[in-house]
Ligand binder design. Structure first.
Ligand SMILES: Nc1ncnc2c1ncn2[C@@H]1O[C@H](COP(=O)(O)OP(=O)(O)O)[C@@H](O)[C@H]1O
Ligand SMILES: [Mg+2]
Length: 228
């Protein structure tokens, strides 16, 4: 494995605001958010529903444009980057993991990973090795319908890591899992974050798994603060 400079900043959000709507119906989903996540660091974000957690991931991952403030990913300011360049940067530098795993029903676990290499046009990590590292090599030939929720989530994480991303954005990965599986999935995220030197943000409602995280932040009404 290549050694990654752990002090390199993976993600910086500076004075980020995100506003939806206009006039009377304006919602300030992100209100002056400042955040640095270094590579090799797992940051958890907790907070009530509607607080702006998914909005934060969308902005951090270049899926939504800020209303003001800036977003820097792996040294590149993406705030005003043209759409095409941003799409390429997302493809090459960012892994997304969603609650359901978002796997393609017709593909085996191994082919979910191989598809990433095809799309990016780069070999990326070896699919079988990566499946092994998430404890899924014995399920490599199974399709999502033949996997449990925890197994699907593991494949989703492996797929997100396939392109060696700088930044991993994870939204409620344990929402559908029991306690034991939840711990396993977040332990896995923690290990991969540290070993592969990824800057990881995980949004979660699950206070049970916060012990695996390096830093815990709380989001309330679009504002980010240190968790007590
Ligand atoms: N596309 C959108 N259009 C309008 N309002 C939105 C949109 N997406 C989110 N919001 C609003 O922004 C706020 C933050 O939402 P969200 O980021 O999804 O919160 P969380 O993930 O913490 O539940 C909420 O008030 C939500 O209703
Ligand atoms: Mg959300």
């Amino acid at each position: 494995m290549t050694t990654v400079e752990k002090t390199t900043t993976g993600l910086t959000l500076a004075a980020v605001c995100l506003r939806f709507g206009d006039g009377d119906s304006t919602v300030l989903a992100l209100d002056d958010v400042n955040l640095d996540v270094r590579r090799g660091e797992l940051v958890a974000i907790v907070g009530p529903s509607g607080a702006g957690k998914s909005s934060l991931l969308a902005v951090a991952g270049g899926l939504a444009r800020t209303s003001s403030g800036s977003v820097v990913i792996d040294g590149a300011d993406v705030t005003a980057m043209p759409a095409r360049a941003l799409a390429e940067l997302r493809r090459d530098k960012i892994g997304f993991v969603f609650q359901s795993g978002n796997l393609i029903p017709a593909l085996t676990a191994r082919d979910q990973l191989r598809l990433v290499a095809k799309i990016t046009g780069r070999p990326g990590r070896a699919a079988d090795e990566l499946l092994d590292s998430v404890g899924m090599s014995h399920r490599a030939d199974r399709r999502p319908g033949q996997l449990s929720g925890g197994e699907r989530q593991r494949v989703g994480i492996a797929r997100a890591l396939m392109s060696n991303p700088s930044l991993l954005l994870v939204d409620e990965p344990t929402a559908a899992l029991d306690r034991k599986r939840s711990h396993e999935v977040v332990e896995l995220l923690s290990r991969e974050t540290h070993e592969a030197g990824v800057a990881t943000i995980m949004v979660t409602h699950d206070h049970d798994v916060l012990g695996h995280c390096d830093r815990i932040l709380e989001m309330v009404d679009g504002r980010l603060r240190q968790s007590e």
